[in-house]
Design a protein around this ligand. Structure first.
Ligand SMILES: Cc1cc2nc3c(=O)[nH]c(=O)nc-3n(C[C@H](O)[C@H](O)[C@H](O)COP(=O)(O)OP(=O)(O)OC[C@H]3O[C@@H](n4cnc5c(N)ncnc54)[C@H](O)[C@@H]3O)c2cc1C
Length: 416
């Protein structure tokens, strides 16, 4: 360890902090990573339902377009450390990846915990000192420059500090929003944290009965005051309070925006988006022929998951007991409408702690994207979800954490 070796502290052992720490060490600095939990990457380990959607295979431009929250700020960092770089990085650490539907990239092993272990190997390889159970409570700033941190009573000095404490959602993972307070005390403006990618509560009393039902290959629309505001195709999930799952989380941005403006907000589900109205009618005719002697409520087994049959029957306005061969064309049209426009009234979004990502955070105008250094406090760097950027589902948020962590680490660790 040379006399002139820079001492860098990284606060937060999530994907952004671990990437930053390893890169700073690889650049020649003496690096200590401080993590409040007794293990690293608690949130990373539960990403993608435990499968770890680590990035997306899209072009860089497309990736940036997937960040409704300050995507342009990420241009520099994502071009410096691209999705291909993320895949190469993990492959070199023994975790090859595969591309799935929608360009989503996962570890071949399908285990997010493998990503955590790979990052831990990276920290060992680059010689980062990891201190767990250390919660940073303050940044020490002197003469416009950060000079260290406080962990309770303890003071640790440093030449540079990288703040990578994450957002404020899923607080049990350690991301309780500390970084916002630390940055604010150091003089930074923090855009009010709010939920992004958040499940939605709906008024319909029949929805809780469907709890646990996941639908694939459906489309969902957000209607604001009856007008189409957004549409997504893919997977969704019914819960005890309403709806969740990938397409709902993506649509939640439009929905919560409209709710916050006091607008009537609805989610309209098309259960058969691949069929044209003619094809759907032909399908119904076929099923009704097949089950012509049955009651209506017993004729939909081929068309719908079991749990959906009762609500669809009720919403169609056709008596469940009517023999199928007595259903009129008019009634069939009404059923088709129900199947393609199952409408739910959104009453609220779930709280910040249940959001997948926190929107808001340290104002991007106060960070130099070429280095991730603060424009207000010298030698203070930011990385990850703490910054006021937020992306859609599909691996984009982890990509942002890795790219900003990469740039922060290299910049902070580089000898002047
Ligand atoms: C259920 C769920 C699933 C997700 N799935 C995906 C997915 O598949 N793909 C995707 O791209 N994104 C996904 N995300 C989002 C993604 O996990 C986050 O955007 C990402 O983890 C942010 O990385 P980070 O390093 O900035 O913060 P975090 O991962 O939140 O890490 C921050 C770390 O800092 C530590 N810390 C906080 N305060 C202090 C302090 N005062 N002192 C010391 N340490 C501190 C925390 O304990 C934590 O370990 C998911 C999120 C959730 C909640």
């Amino acid at each position: 360890m040379g006399e002139s070796q820079l001492k860098v502290l990284v606060v937060g052992g999530g994907p952004a902090g671990m990437m930053a720490a390893g890169q700073a060490a690889a650049a020649g600095a003496s690096v200590t990573l401080l993590e409040r939990n007794d293990r690293l990457g608690k949130k990373l380990a539960i990403t993608g339902k435990g499968r770890g959607n680590v990035t997306n295979d899209a072009d860089v431009e497309e990736i940036i377009a997937q960040f409704p929250g300050n995507g342009t700020f990420l241009y520099g960092p994502i071009y410096r450390f691209t999705n291909d770089d993320v895949r190469r990085f993990f492959a070199e650490l023994g975790v090859p990846t595969v591309v799935e539907r929608g360009g989503r990239v996962f570890p071949k092993s399908q285990k997010a915990s493998d990503l955590v272990q790979a990052m831990e190997r990276f920290l060992v390889k680059t010689g980062v000192r990891v201190q767990k159970g250390e919660r940073v409570t303050r940044l020490s700033v002197a003469g416009g420059s950060v000079v260290g941190v406080k962990c309770g009573e303890k003071e640790i000095t440093a030449d540079a500090v990288i703040l990578a404490t994450g957002g404020a959602s899923y607080p049990a993972t350690g991301s309780t929003g500390d970084g916002y307070r630390l940055a604010e005390k150091a003089g930074h403006a923090v855009v009010k944290p709010r939920p992004a990618l958040v499940p939605l509560e709906v008024a319909e009393k029949w929805v809780p009965e469907l709890t646990g039902l996941a639908l694939k290959n459906v489309s969902a629309r957000v209607l604001v005051e009856g007008r189409l505001a957004a549409e997504e195709f893919g997977e969704m999930l019914f819960t005890h309070y309403g709806v969740s799952g990938p397409i709902i989380l993506t649509l939640s941005r439009e929905a919560t925006g409209a709710l916050n403006r006091g607008k009537k907000t609805q989610i309209q589900i098309n259960l058969k988006p691949a069929l044209t109205p003619q094809q759907l009618d032909a399908r119904l005719v076929r099923d009704f022929d097949k089950y012509s002697r049955k009651q209506f409520k017993n004729s939909l087994d081929d068309l719908l998951p079991q749990k959906l049959i009762e609500p669809v029957v009720r919403l169609s306005g056709i008596s469940g007991d009517v023999p199928v061969n007595q259903i009129t064309k008019q009634q069939r049209i009404k059923l088709a409408e129900t199947l393609t426009a199952l409408t739910l009234n959104v009453t609220a979004m779930r709280p910040l702690r249940e959001a997948i990502v926190t929107a808001g955070g340290v104002n991007v105008k106060e960070i130099d994207p070429a280095t991730m250094e603060s424009k207000l406090v010298k030698n203070l760097y930011f990385a990850g979800e703490l910054i006021d950027v937020d992306g859609n589902t599909g691996g984009y948020n982890l990509q942002a954490a890795f790219s900003t962590g990469f740039v922060a680490g290299i910049s902070a660790g580089k000898q002047e």
